[in-house]
Design a protein around this ligand. Structure first.
Ligand code: HPA
Length: 273
């Protein structure tokens, strides 16, 4: 057994010793979307810094704790704050939380993020159900020794985003007051935003939105045979789409504006999982 796997087991044990629920669903909350975890009932909050070997998030707007409890009658573990490639983590550290979720018994994850809109039919403040991703621009999370405990050396990614979960989410698009579309998410390493020419190139490649997270987590989740639903909040149009500079503040302002609809959307889906 690798020392990394032992670390995962130690972290999992620390969490198991503090919760009474048997979680089956995990949620990863992106920039500014952490308020969803406020709605969790009978919650147990565990700071990342207290969990053995757990990385600690460094981004403003990412609180850095696990919130465990019941939401919509489902036993959930929520990651409030995540670990980005641009923060400098090794890839296996950046997906530590997803793997701990798997060891806790979780088989479905809802992964959310803030993203820039590339598709010209998109608008700031809408949501996008992720149907697939383009992750060509960074190494795979699975680079290095394969963790046989989770899955095979060469895992399939044909259904990286679970079709049934996409259909379930699609059936709820009229529940909220902001538009929801479907599309392809692209991973960009960050932390700088893209250039307008990079966005043009990504559009030609088939991308609808771009962000700095999610893809490493989705790869690790699929490797471990977990079913994934991905939802992006289009917080801004990507670089060059409109003649305006991008800022993290804009990302945060948009998530603040749409978060009640976003939370309602996720809760309605969760209720039927
Ligand atoms: N690019 C990359 N990541 C992002 C963006 C963007 O425009 N908006 C929010 N996260």
């Amino acid at each position: 057994m690798s020392s990394y796997f032992k670390q995962l087991e130690e972290a999992t044990k620390y969490i198991k010793d503090r919760i009474t629920i048997k979680p089956t669903i995990g949620l990863v909350l992106g920039s500014g979307l952490g308020d969803l975890s406020d709605e969790i009932e009978e919650k147990v909050e565990i700071s990342y810094k207290d969990i053995p070997h757990f990385p600690v998030s460094t981004v403003k707007g990412h609180d850095g704790k696990l919130v465990c409890g019941t939401l919509q009658g489902k036993q959930v573990v929520t990651m409030k704050g995540r670990f980005h490639y641009y923060e400098g983590y090794d890839l296996d550290k950046s997906v530590f939380g997803i793997r701990v979720m798997k060891l806790l018994g979780i088989n479905k994850v809802i992964i959310t993020n803030a993203a820039g809109g590339i598709n010209l039919d998109f608008e700031e403040g809408m949501l996008m159900i992720i149907t697939d991703h383009i992750g060509l621009f960074a190494p795979s999370t699975l680079r290095g020794e394969n963790l046989e405990e989770f899955g095979p050396r060469f895992p399939d990614m044909t259904f990286a985003y679970d079709k049934e979960l996409i259909n379930l989410a699609s059936s709820h698009i009229n529940d909220i007051n902001i538009p929801v579309k479907k599309g392809v998410y692209t991973f960009y390493r960050g932390p700088n935003f893209e250039t307008p020419s990079e966005i043009k190139a990504l559009r030609i490649l088939g991308a609808d939105a771009v962000g700095m997270s999610t893809v490493p987590e989705v790869i690790a989740a699929n490797h471990a045979n977990m079913r994934v639903l991905g939802i992006s909040c289009i917080t801004n149009m990507a670089a060059g789409v409109i003649q305006k500079k991008l800022s993290h503040q804009e990302v945060m302002d948009t998530t603040t504006r749409v978060k009640s609809d976003f939370i309602k959307f996720v809760k309605n889906i969760l209720g039927e999982l």
